[in-house]
Design a protein around this ligand. Structure first.
Ligand code: E4P
Length: 252
């Protein structure tokens, strides 16, 4: 499953990108507003930073204007994905822009029928909004399941980009269902690494380690001829070449 980051904040994207966690980025007019940046300028910066698709949303509402705006956005960089709303005009624009070979992300999808239309119009991505459905007490994950079934039934290549992700459970459920991509705010992606039992276990290990009176078990690891593999002493390997490390040092 691919991870897109749902933000226009450069620093947050860069931090996750350095860890290889960013397969793409999604933005929308609200996120651009939040960044306080000019849309063309910040979008170009994101495209330069990230290799994968970067969604930039049109703000026109009529098909011809959407197409013109989409073509302008697509000039920013090769990895631009034109983001269009799921309206009849948006579908018309999707058909034209996707026929020109541009990547298109059809957004604001709230039903499986809408997703079916977007696939038929040639969308690269369909963005069903889970969180906003949950907000009105409709199961957003059921929508992801329905779209997965429908797309698989007919072999549509449009990728399901689960959006409006609000929690780490949304991410896990989308992975279980088989969404192709999730787009989530940076803090949700970072939270995936947390577990209270990890924190509790680490705290206990730190306390016990402090009681041993040792300072560190890592001294000497940068020098392959002086490898210390546990807290009990230095392992001397004169002239040995370390081939592999997987819990033990292998000599050649
Ligand atoms: C997706 O492309 C949207 O930008 C985003 O996921 C919307 O999320 P929200 O409902 O939390 O605003």
């Amino acid at each position: 499953m691919k991870f897109f980051v749902d933000t226009a904040e450069i620093d947050a994207i860069a931090e996750l990108n350095d860890l290889g966690m960013v397969d793409g980025v999604t933005t929308n007019p609200s996120l651009i507003l939040k960044s306080g940046r000019d849309i063309m300028e910040v979008t170009k910066e994101i495209c330069d930073l990230v290799d994968g698709p970067v969604s930039a949303e049109v703000v026109a509402l009529e098909a011809d204007a959407m197409i013109a705006e989409g073509r302008e956005l697509a000039k920013i960089a090769e990895n631009i994905t034109v983001k269009l709303p799921l309206t009849w005009d948006g579908l018309k624009a999707c058909k034209v822009l996707s026929s020109e070979g541009k990547m298109v992300n059809v957004t604001l999808c709230f039903s499986a029928n809408q997703a079916l239309l977007a696939a038929k119009a040639g969308a690269t991505f369909i963005s069903p909004f889970i969180g906003r459905l949950d907000d009105i007490h409709i199961d957003g994950l059921e929508l992801i399941e329905d779209i997965r079934t429908i797309y698989d039934n007919y072999g549509f290549e449009t990728e399901i980009l689960a959006a409006s992700i609000r929690s780490i459970n949304h991410v896990q459920d989308c992975a279980r269902i088989g969404a192709d991509v999730i787009t989530a705010p940076p803090d949700v992606i970072k939270k995936l690494a947390s577990h209270p039992l990890t924190n509790a276990g680490l705290e206990q290990f730190m306390k016990d380690w402090a009681k041993t009176g040792e300072k560190s078990c890592r001294t000497g690891f940068s020098d392959p001829s002086r490898q210390r593999i546990s807290g009990s002493g230095i392992l001397e390997i004169p002239g040995a070449r370390v081939r592999e490390w997987s819990g033990a040092l292998l000599r050649q």
